[in-house]
Every structure is written in structure tokens, then in C-alpha cells.
Design a protein around this ligand. Structure first.
Ligand code: PEP
Ligand code: MN
Length: 338
């Protein structure tokens, strides 16, 4: 149950309501939500509690979402959320393209990629400095030293930047140099990390866990929302299946399901979903057709020399061609590219 407090409700009235809910064993959580105060509980209230709440006169609205991720649900909010990353909106009537290298490799490398993707119609730049690698012998990213490079290239190109964080302790420093924090597939259920990015109030790109159901994924988003951070963008990046022809299996049906169930924007990452350069374009097009709010693509000036995910990164030429192919398709689905 979500109780939306009246604007200007007194702290005393709020405390009285909380007291009542606590006595009814409803474990209420208070959430500051876009200048409103919400009281959220996942327990079913007894009729006594509700009548008394009405008497206190604190509630402007009470919602009983059927979805476990209550704040993410359409029952709570009908209008789609548009997350603004600096001046770039994600969600709404146009598609957002985020592109850039898997890993930030050097200043020159990031600058070259950033300038090129900006010219080709990209709205945001991506690049990892904390890299979650399967093997400890593989390139682990530049680490904290890479963060100022992201800030520098953001200034040079005007593109807001998104980067992955792996630990709660690095959230503050990553937030200082970037515009959006990514939670990778391997950390989708790292609850201390979800809470930390929630508290940061930064826009968050929440990737789906490689073995997570949609329901689990949305509950991970709920952890962030419950910290009073409504700026969550979901990203489908494929899940593990028996199929070995692709790195993961892109679950495109997640897009319309998430759109029906929640108000959150959703992007698709065909790079990690397929792991194969030649499949990135077809799956990017399919994502646009399925109603995604945008796509996240790995691009590298020399993919064959990339320090990570070499097989799936598009060259600048391949990326340019893909964007041109996506334009008319985006128009057909009534969106257009931002
Ligand atoms: C990435 O975006 O670089 C990444 C590691 O993605 P994922 O968490 O989806 O594997
Ligand atoms: Mn990658």
C-alpha cells in the first residue's frame, strides 16, 4: 500500500499516521518522492487502520498496487517517467542512443570515440572504468583514475556520461565525475549498492541480472526508488539460456512487459545481449520495433584492439551505418531519434 500524504500535512499528523501503522504491525517506510511524502508498506492494512488514517486526514491518495515493486508500478504512477540526465531525457516521445566503449582505455581513446559518436547522433556517452571481469587476469579498467577522463570528455563533447559502479564506497566519487551510474548485470541484486545509488539521487541505469526474472529485476529497481530516487532507467541486456550461439539471449518481450507494468523507461543493450558485432544491428532494430526507449551500444575506434568485449563492439563506421538504418525505423514506430 502507498499512502500519498497531503501537501503541507503537518509533521505531527504524519507521525500520528506512522504510529498507527506501526501499532497495526504494518512496518511503514517514509519516502520523499518528488516533493511529496509517501508512506509505503507491503502488508495488507486492516480496515481499522484505514478508517483511522482517514480520520487523521493525512492521506491524499491510497494505492494498492498489485505489482510487488509498488513504486515502480503503473498503479502508483500512470504517466511514464522521463529521467533527465543533465539535459538529455530518457523516456517519452523520442529514442535516446547511448554509445561508447566497453572500457575507457585512455584519454585519447575516449575523446576520439566521444567526438565521433556525438557527430553521429548519440545523446550520451558510456565507458567503464570499474570493470567487472569474469577472469581476474583480464583488464580490470583504469579504476578511479579514469573518472576525470569521463568528466573531461563530457566537457569536450557536451555528452552526459554514464559509468558502472561496483561498490557502495565508490558511488560518491563516481557521482562527482559522471551524470548517471550504471548497475551491471552481476550486481543487480547487490542490495547495499542499490541503496547507495538510491541515496545518491543520481540517475541510475539498472541492468537486468543475467539470471533474473522480470519480477526480481523490478524489485531491484524498487530498492532504488524506496530511497526517494525516482530516476531509474531499466536496461535489458540478455539473460542466460541453453543457447550458445549468442553470449546471452535477448529477452525482447521484457520491453512491452515492463512498459505495461511500470512507468520506468527501458533501454536495450544489444551488444552484451548478443556478444557478436554482426548481430548488434538486427537486435537494435528489433528493440526499437518492440518499443524500447533507446539503445545502449558499445563502440570502439578499433574494436579488434579493444581491451574488453572486442567481439561485440562496433567500429565507428558500423555504428554510423546502424544509426542511419535506425532513423527511418524510429519514425515508423512514431518516435524519432533524439
Ligand atoms: C557493460 O555495460 O560494460 C557491462 C559490463 O554490462 P553487463 O553488466 O550488462 O554485462
Ligand atoms: Mn562491455
Amino acid at each position: 500500500m502507498i499512502i500519498e500524504a497531503r501537501k503541507g500535512a503537518s509533521p505531527e499528523a504524519l507521525e500520528e499516521a506512522l504510529d498507527l501503522l506501526r501499532r497495526a504491525d504494518l512496518d511503514p517506510k517514509v519516502v520523499a518522492w518528488n516533493e511529496r511524502t509517501l508512506i509505503v508498506t507491503d502488508r495488507k492494512p486492516g480496515s481499522v487502520g484505514l478508517a483511522q488514517l482517514a480520520e487523521i486526514g493525512i492521506a491524499e491518495r491510497m494505492v494498492h498496487p498489485t505489482l510487488k515493486a509498488q513504486l515502480a508500478s503503473r498503479d502508483f504512477q500512470v504517466d511514464p517517467t522521463v529521467v533527465k540526465v543533465r539535459d538529455v531525457p530518457i523516456g517519452g516521445d523520442r529514442l535516446t542512443i547511448i554509445a561508447g566503449p566497453c572500457s575507457v582505455e585512455s584519454r585519447e581513446h575516449l575523446l576520439e570515440t566521444g567526438q565521433a559518436v556525438r557527430k553521429l547522433g548519440t545523446s550520451m556517452l558510456r565507458g567503464g572504468v570499474f570493470k567487472p571481469r569474469t577472469s581476474p587476469y583480464e583488464f580490470q579498467g583504469l579504476g578511479e583514475e579514469g573518472l576525470p577522463l569521463l568528466a573531461e570528455v563530457r566537457e569536450a563533447t557536451g555528452l552526459p556520461v554514464v559509468t558502472e559502479v561496483l561498490e557502495p564506497e565508490k558511488v560518491d566519487v563516481a557521482a562527482k565525475y559522471t551524470d548517471m551510474l550504471q548497475i551491471g548485470t552481476r550486481n543487480m541484486q547487490n542490495f547495499p549498492l542499490l541503496k547507495a545509488v538510491g541515496r545518491s539521487k543520481m540517475p541510475v541505469l539498472l541492468k537486468r541480472g543475467m539470471a533474473a526474472t522480470i519480477e526480481e529485476w523490478l524489485q531491484a529497481a524498487e530498492y532504488i526508488l524506496l530511497e526517494g530516487n525516482p530516476n531509474v532507467v531499466l536496461c535489458e541486456r540478455g539473460v542466460r539460456t541453453f543457447e550458445k550461439a549468442t553470449r546471452n539471449t535477448l529477452d525482447l518481450s521484457a520491453v512491452p512487459i515492463v512498459k505495461r507494468q511500470t512507468h520506468l523507461p527501458i533501454l536495450v543493450d544489444p551488444s552484451h545481449a548478443t556478444g557478436r558485432r554482426e548481430l548488434v544491428g538486427p537486435m537494435a532494430k528489433a528493440a526499437v520495433a518492440a518499443g524500447a526507449d533507446g539503445i545502449l551500444i558499445e563502440v570502439h575506434p578499433k574494436p579488434e584492439l579493444a581491451l574488453s568485449d572486442s567481439n561485440q563492439q562496433l567500429s565507428l563506421e558500423e555504428f554510423a551505418r546502424l544509426i542511419e538504418e535506425l532513423r527511418p525505423l524510429a519514425e515508423v514506430v512514431g518516435r524519432g531519434i533524439r
